[in-house]
Design a protein around this ligand. Structure first.
Ligand SMILES: NC(=O)c1ccc[n+]([C@@H]2O[C@H](COP(=O)([O-])OP(=O)(O)OC[C@H]3O[C@@H](n4cnc5c(N)ncnc54)[C@H](OP(=O)(O)O)[C@@H]3O)[C@@H](O)[C@H]2O)c1
Length: 500
């Protein structure tokens, strides 16, 4: 009996040591930088580095400004142009160039869209003075001096068919992504296998025992929970991530589980302590039924060893160090778990995701103010900008631009449609004025429109909006001013079809 006792206590202490070692309390375990790759958004530069932004029409007045701005912000940029030689001159050598013509779908090959997560489209039908332009396109670019314009290309092809072709080719890459998989146990990698480990009541002197095992299609958390020796819990926990995961912007965690009718807990930790505050959520399972459990961050309960911690800091989703699944005899503050029974248990987990992130624009289209004005009743054409006034001579350019916008608004990709007023080559830095409803007139620097294109990529308030923009002669751009502008935007879904 003594031998057994001895063996039991030896095996218990060795389990305890193994447990502590696994979780890095005995400090030799490696870090989990690989997992951070899944959540690259920890810092702005990390976010941007993992994204390829495709700039379509990169040789143009706005496109050529957007490219270096994106690079400066750390994005990987791919420039789509019709003429690669021109691109070398316009954009320099430090840019990835791909050649295609959006009016020719066969040129929009899958390689162009490989790893692309966002598109800024600055294409436009070439317009020039009727008497012709000089090689520097000075007159055209000024946007100040009046000239009688003509289109050099068919606007239906560039503005409408081109947009349809571009969307068809890009759509598989640009799906909405307000969820993010953290653990996919249906298709686990070696790293995932080495992340989770058992953490049972042996650390408190108990004798319960659990394990987590990959079945090929799920992770199976199972074992035997015993209340002997004042025990009564089993759990599996990830080792701490280094650096921690950043789930800022998500609403919570979604589990796909099949249980045994018992009540389990899920914990997140936002400090790297082994035995610190955990943020807990209890959920009930139904015997042998797959269920989706949503754990809103706002409903997490801060606990220290199953005692609720009053006045704890709110859960901080920007630094998640570990996840834990638990079956415990206790609920909170020594209340009993009403759906607990000692003995065999099992919980199968298919996936763990973050859900409910605010969507960011993935397709930014530079269109034009005035697209809804041709044919608008009561409009005094003499007071309108040349593009509106001469829309007929320009072969219905604005009508085709509007049709192109509609392709983007209805394609299912999160988008922003920017409608600049008359663009100039003046240096940027002015504050902008936004409007919705297509009524404003004015001028705006291409520098500032390029800045706007890049800014909207990180503005969820700009997602699924259409708005006009012009320069504000009175004011310089400030961070506060930008924020006010984005806050003022209303999503297209809330507006009447006539005004967008
Ligand atoms: N000018 C204004 O005052 C004004 C005002 C409001 C809005 N906008 C609109 O704003 C957008 C950007 O203006 P911007 O001044 O930057 O125009 P831009 O200088 O004329 O540039 C347009 C770019 O689109 C490219 N492009 C045209 N057709 C293409 C096709 N089929 N496939 C691939 N690329 C194609 C052109 O390529 P190439 O270099 O090969 O020609 C050019 O680089 C345009 O849609 C324009 O209509 C202009």
């Amino acid at each position: 009996m003594a031998v057994t006792d001895n063996q039991t206590s030896k095996s218990k202490s060795s389990r305890l040591f193994q447990t502590l070692a696994y979780f890095g309390v005995v400090p030799f375990i490696g870090s989990f930088k690989w997992l951070q790759k899944l959540f690259g958004e920890k810092t702005p530069s990390a976010t941007n580095a993992s994204e390829v932004v495709l700039v379509v029409g990169a040789n143009g007045g706005v496109g050529k400004r957007v490219v270096p701005l994106l690079q400066k912000r750390g994005y990987q940029v791919r420039s789509l142009v019709r003429d690669a030689k021109k691109a070398e001159k316009v954009l320099g050598k430090n840019v990835e160039i791909v050649t295609a013509d959006i009016t020719k779908p066969e040129t929009l090959t899958p390689e162009i869209f490989k790893d692309v997560s966002k598109i800024i489209c600055c294409t436009g039908t070439r317009v020039q003075p009727v008497e012709g332009d000089n090689p520097n396109r000075d007159k055209y670019y000024q946007g100040i001096k009046f000239f009688m314009p003509e289109v050099v290309e068919d606007p239906q092809l560039v503005e409408y068919e081109g947009m349809k072709n571009l969307v068809a080719a890009a759509k598989p890459q640009l799906q909405p992504s307000n969820n993010k998989i953290i653990f996919d146990f249906t298709n686990p990698t070696q790293d995932v296998k080495e992340t989770w480990g058992a953490l049972d009541d042996v650390v408190m002197g108990g004798v319960s025992e659990s394990s987590i095992r990959l079945t090929g299609s799920s992770a199976l958390f199972s074992g035997n929970v015993s209340t002997e020796n004042s025990g009564g819990f089993v759990s599996v926990r990830t080792r701490n991530f280094d650096p921690p995961m950043n789930l800022l912007g998500y609403a919570g965690i979604e589990l796909r589980v099949k249980g045994d009718g018992k009540r389990y807990k899920f914990f997140l930790r936002c400090e790297d302590k082994w035995d610190g505050v955990g943020y807990s959520y209890s959920f009930d399972t139904v015997y042998n039924i797959w269920m989706t459990i949503r754990i809103p961050f706002k409903d997490l309960i801060p606990v220290f060893r199953a005692k609720v911690v009053e006045n704890a800091q709110p859960f901080n989703p920007s630094q998640v160090y570990s996840y834990q699944l638990m079956l415990s005899k206790f609920e909170y503050n020594r209340e009993l778990n009403p759906k607990f029974a000692p003995g065999f248990f099992q919980l199968e987990v298919e996936s763990i995701k973050a859900y409910g992130r605010d969507e960011l624009p993935k397709f930014v289209l530079v269109s034009s103010a005035g697209v809804t004005r041709p044919g608008r009743p009561g409009l005094n054409l003499d007071e309108q900008p040349p593009a509106v006034k001469f829309n007929d001579q320009l072969k219905g350019l604005l009508n085709w631009k509007l049709k192109g916008e509609e392709v983007i608004r209805s394609c299912g990709i999160p988008y922003t449609v920017i409608r600049p007023c008359g663009m100039t080559e003046q240096p940027g830095g002015q504050a902008l004025i936004f409007d919705q409803g297509d009524n404003i007139k004015g001028i705006v620097s291409r520098d500032d429109i390029a800045e706007l294109c890049v800014k909207v990529l990180e503005e969820n308030q700009a997602c699924n909006t259409t708005f006009e923009a012009k320069g504000d002669k009175e004011n310089q751009a400030t961070a506060e001013n930008w924020q006010k502008l984005f806050n003022s935007l209303e999503a297209d879904s809330k507006k009447s079809a006539l005004t967008v």
